[in-house]
Write a protein that binds this ligand. Structure first.
Ligand SMILES: C[S@@+](CC[C@H](N)C(=O)[O-])C[C@H]1O[C@@H](n2cnc3c(N)ncnc32)[C@H](O)[C@@H]1O
Length: 175
């Protein structure tokens, strides 16, 4: 998403001291650390692991950058929230299997609340959505297998499809 009709350059700009003052007044500054700068320059310096990530970053490109850097730092069964859940075109990325496979070598996690937001009790729907990071063995550990099948199979299957497709492409290139 570029700058749209309702967004202009500098919207949401805040100086570090201004942000810190707000956190001091309304939050708990002693448990916060501040990392000024653009995500593409700063996120690579973070180390995690994080039990929770909350993204309110508006722009499609920023969402991609955040997921690329922060998803690997999210601990297994950690939760990632977005504040843009009601925008279906934006959160469709959470269902884009090819993007997740290509960029993060994992299945797309989906998003609870996609298109409407989870109910918070204060309005109809909300902007909030979340997803949970689950290893391929998570469902087995929870004994979901009788209901959902073996999730490791879907990974193997996916790899199998990719290998078959690569072989098919290779052999058609040979002909
Ligand atoms: C809707 S605002 C977040 C508001 C915040 N949650 C609050 O309640 O005050 C979105 C923020 O994401 C920041 N942002 C978006 N893309 C960014 C990027 N690539 N690098 C750094 N900051 C970015 C914007 O500068 C803006 O401050």
């Amino acid at each position: 998403m570029g700058l749209g009709a309702y967004q202009t350059r500098g919207d949401y700009t805040g100086r570090l001291d201004e942000v810190q003052e707000n956190i001091r007044r309304f939050g708990a500054i002693d448990v916060c650390s501040f990392v000024p700068g653009y995500f593409k320059n700063t996120l690579k310096n973070l180390t995690g692991p994080y039990a929770m990530v909350f993204l309110d970053v508006d722009l499609h490109e920023s969402l991609r950058t955040c997921l690329l850097h922060l998803w690997p730092l999210l601990s297994d069964q950690g939760v990632l929230y977005t504040h843009e859940a009601s925008q279906l075109d934006y959160v469709s990325l959470f269902f884009d299997r090819e993007w997740w496979r290509t960029n993060l070598d994992t299945d797309s996690p989906g998003l609870i609340g996609a298109g409407c937001g989870v109910p918070t009790g204060v309005a109809r729907g909300s902007g909030l959505g979340y997803t949970r990071k689950r290893s391929t063995t998570f469902a087995l550990e929870l004994e979901y297998q009788p209901f959902c099948g073996d999730p490791t199979q879907s990974v193997r299957q996916h790899r199998g499809y990719a290998e078959t497709a690569a072989t098919a492409t290779h052999s058609s290139a040979d002909n």
